[in-house]
Design a protein around this ligand. Structure first.
Ligand SMILES: NC(=O)C1=CN([C@@H]2O[C@H](COP(=O)(O)OP(=O)(O)OC[C@H]3O[C@@H](n4cnc5c(N)ncnc54)[C@H](OP(=O)(O)O)[C@@H]3O)[C@@H](O)[C@H]2O)C=CC1
Ligand SMILES: O=C(O)[C@@H]1CCC=N1
Length: 267
């Protein structure tokens, strides 16, 4: 079995690491590069995985996943470039960073795949979108897909769509959690105990998600089914329209898309 190195084990790096372990990857086929010693010890104890220097991890692995912040990517690539060789697969999970940027800093023949994952990967319900760089074969792209499929669903997209994907599914969980927080607070305002409000909102979210996935019915139809003529839902939805929530979602996701583009420029 091929070996995988994860460089940068913060929120997303550890999410990937834990998923690979859950999916049955042997820990002796996994390596982690993490610069803070206390964090390295924590990961070694939690997963039994070897934490080594970035250059060593990059040299020893067949697949190298880079999961540092976009602003740290240039320095990390410069550090590992001398250890990389043609034929290796380099998978970047960073927002904004293009395959062209990575290819300009690593040896020729290293196959690059850009991925936008999301945190529900922690419970094997992730959504990842993958785009190949210029030196990536079909087999190498399939390998990157397999890596991400161990923690959820995967789609292939042209790289020009990655900034929009980042705005929708990459950042998406945060919007959903924001809605959940807001509904729980509203429940408390309406006099419900917080624990009751939380249970009501979370089960409503899970049930609605399951309905969307399992029925395949368009969300507009599902919303209409809840909206009885002259009823409570219609009153609530009118307020959401008055407060321009739909327009706010569009503006928010345009801002996330634009930020992803800026990160590509290093700002
Ligand atoms: N969080 C999310 O929901 C998602 C994140 N991403 C992408 O994942 C990447 C990481 O984000 P996230 O996990 O949230 O951020 P974190 O800050 O949690 O993780 C980044 C980790 O990389 C470490 N690090 C920084 N420089 C190096 C280095 N040279 N060598 C080894 N490790 C290093 C950091 O250590 P230290 O803290 O000590 O600096 C930190 O542990 C980003 O590029 C982001 O765009 C993509 C989709 C979703
Ligand atoms: O907020 C961010 O920049 C990262 C990328 C997508 C989700 N989190």
């Amino acid at each position: 079995m091929s070996s995988t190195a994860i460089l940068g084990a913060g929120v997303m790096g550890e999410t990937l690491l834990s998923g690979l372990v859950r999916a049955g990857r042997r820990v002796d086929h996994l390596l982690v590069g993490e610069k803070r010693r206390e964090r390295a010890v924590e990961l070694e104890e939690r997963y039994g995985v070897a934490v080594v220097g970035n250059a060593e991890a990059a040299a020893r692995a067949d697949t190298v996943a880079v999961v540092v912040k976009p602003q740290d990517m240039g320095d990390l690539l410069d550090e590992i470039a001398p250890s990389l060789r043609a034929g290796q697969l380099l998978v970047s999970l960073a927002a904004g960073i293009t395959t062209a940027f990575i290819e300009s800093r690593v040896p020729e023949g290293v196959a690059v795949v850009r991925v936008m994952p999301n945190t529900p990967a922690l419970v094997d319900e992730g959504m990842a979108a993958v785009s190949p760089g210029s030196a990536c074969s079909e087999a190498q792209l399939a390998e990157a897909e397999e890596l991400m499929a161990s923690v959820g669903r995967v789609v292939r997209i042209p790289e020009r769509q990655q900034d929009a994907v980042t705005a929708i599914s990459g950042s998406g969980p945060a919007y959903i959690f924001f809605v959940v927080e807001s509904m729980i607070e509203a429940g408390v305002h309406l006099g419900l105990p917080r624990a009751t409000a939380s249970e009501l909102v979370i089960q409503t979210l899970v049930g609605s998600g399951k309905m969307l996935r399992e029925t395949g019915t368009h969300p507009t139809v599902l919303r209409e089914q809840v909206t009885s003529p002259g009823g409570t839902t219609a009153s609530a939805l009118r307020e959401l329209e008055i407060h321009r929530v739909r327009a706010a979602f569009l503006a928010a996701m345009e801002a996330a898309r634009d930020r992803s583009r800026q990160l590509a420029e290093g700002s």
